[in-house]
Design a protein around this ligand. Structure first.
Ligand SMILES: NC(=O)c1ccc[n+]([C@@H]2O[C@H](COP(=O)([O-])OP(=O)(O)OC[C@H]3O[C@@H](n4cnc5c(N)ncnc54)[C@H](O)[C@@H]3O)[C@@H](O)[C@H]2O)c1
Length: 386
């Protein structure tokens, strides 16, 4: 194969966005040949462009029309369609979250392990942003020293009631499997786990439908504890205007702060633990230097991830984010919500079956009656956050 025939399943906000740059020929050695959506209206414009169109994802996967698919449907179908693709030998790029809950992610990953020749990737394009790349480099080069604390206030996710009532699956236990943690701020949870690793304990406080007529969480605060004793907090909400996006990572050698498009490193001349042991004064502190770290913005990060996916298929190029890494953000999201619902601290790795059972119970007992109102058309790319 010297050119990948790619297809998209799910032509909503993000599926149409992927279709746009693929149709514009932005990806080398790749051609958008077919698309699929359960609703005929969504595929009509693509049929008019001469693309093959399908209404059933599994039929589409088995059709022989595509070598690879982007799965951009609501969350629960990520697992079923992802598994169907892997079983059919069709390379799969799964939109975030890779599944609706951890037990489903385990099923998807277990299937991928049976098909080592089929590429399985996750769309976690936020990691490619230069600001996070710089932070990652600083952490990996131990410029921050030993991690002491990570705080992320990530409340810059305001959504209106019109957003939630625009489609049936959104913000329901049955259709989405969670709220702000599993959808809006999942990229930040993924980036957090990539930067500093997974915590070993989580205590979450999740308010369900605090700001909106929804049944899932739209306001959360979580306390995180890491295996070596470092601690953290993660705060997110879809109900605040104006929101905040402030990330602080504190290590023994200093503190990195990312806010308002500015990355600052406050460096300790002497590491805090060493100063603690050796200082002869009670109140003194080592000298600190403030360094502004410049960075740019990633150009079309989604497209760059699809190019990497294509390169992985054709040349065995390592993936930016192997699909299996997608389980970490799901585990963080699930643990925050589950911890709050059962009012207990959760030890990680969490019991995925226990959350799946609770989620099924929440879905079965749902009394939410959603009235669907088509939202006014607007520029969806404005919702991309850094
Ligand atoms: N990576 C990113 O930056 C990013 C941005 C937005 C959304 N997403 C993710 O993409 C996914 C879709 O989100 P969205 O906002 O585009 O949703 P959406 O509701 O706008 O679109 C979903 C589309 O999937 C179709 N669909 C539903 N079930 C289907 C099935 N079984 N087979 C085929 N088509 C089906 C629907 O008809 C709809 O057109 C979600 O998982 C979301 O988290 C990722």
């Amino acid at each position: 194969m010297d050119k990948v025939r790619i297809g998209i399943i799910g032509l909503g906000n993000i599926g149409r966005y992927h279709a746009g740059y693929l149709s514009d020929g932005k990806i080398d050695r790749c051609e958008l040949t077919a698309v699929c959506d359960a609703f005929a209206k969504a595929t009509k414009p693509y049929a008019a462009q001469g693309l093959k169109t399908f209404a059933d994802g599994e039929e589409f996967i088995r059709s022989g029309e595509v070598d690879a698919v982007i799965v951009a449907t609501p969350h629960f179908q990520h697992t079923t369609l992802g598994i169907a693709a892997l079983q059919a030998g069709v390379h799969a790029m799964i939109e975030k979250p890779i599944s609706a809950h951890k037990a489903d992610a385990e099923r998807l990953i277990a299937e991928s392990e049976k098909h080592s020749n089929v590429v399985f990737a996750g769309m976690f394009q936020m990691r490619s942003e230069p600001r996070y790349q710089k932070l990652k480099k600083m952490i990996d080069n131990e410029e921050l020293g030993t991690l002491l604390r990570i705080n992320w206030i990530d409340t810059d996710w305001f959504r209106s009631d019109a957003y939630y009532s625009s489609s049936a699956w959104r913000a329901t236990w049955k259709g989405e499997g969670g709220g702000v943690t599993l959808n809006q701020c999942l990229h930040q949870l993924d980036t957090l786990s990539w930067l500093v690793g997974m915590p070993s304990r989580i205590r979450g406080f999740a308010q369900l439908g605090r700001y909106h007529q929804i049944e899932v969480e739209d306001n959360v605060t979580a306390y995180l504890e890491f295996p070596d004793g470092a601690t953290g907090t993660f705060v997110s909400s879809t109900g605040e205007i104006p929101g905040t996006n402030r990330l602080e990572i504190v290590g023994t050698r200093g503190k990195a702060v990312l806010e308002h498009d500015k990355l600052t490193f406050i460096r300790n001349e002497v590491a805090s633990d060493e100063w603690n042991r050796t200082s002869t004064t009670g109140f003194g502190q080592p000298d600190q230097w403030t360094i502004d770290i410049p960075f740019g913005n990633a150009e079309m990060p989604h497209a760059a991830y699809i190019q990497n996916f294509v390169d992985a298929i054709l040349d065995d190029t390592p993936l930016h984010v192997p699909g299996a890494e997608g389980i970490n953000s799901i585990e963080l999201a699930n643990a925050i919500t589950y911890s709050s619902i059962i009012d207990q601290t959760i030890e990680l790795p969490m019991d995925s079956k226990a959350w799946e059972e609770k989620l099924n119970e929440l879905a079965e007992n749902s009394t939410l009656e959603k009235k669907i109102v088509e939202a006014k058309k607007e520029d969806f790319t404005k919702s991309f956050r850094r």
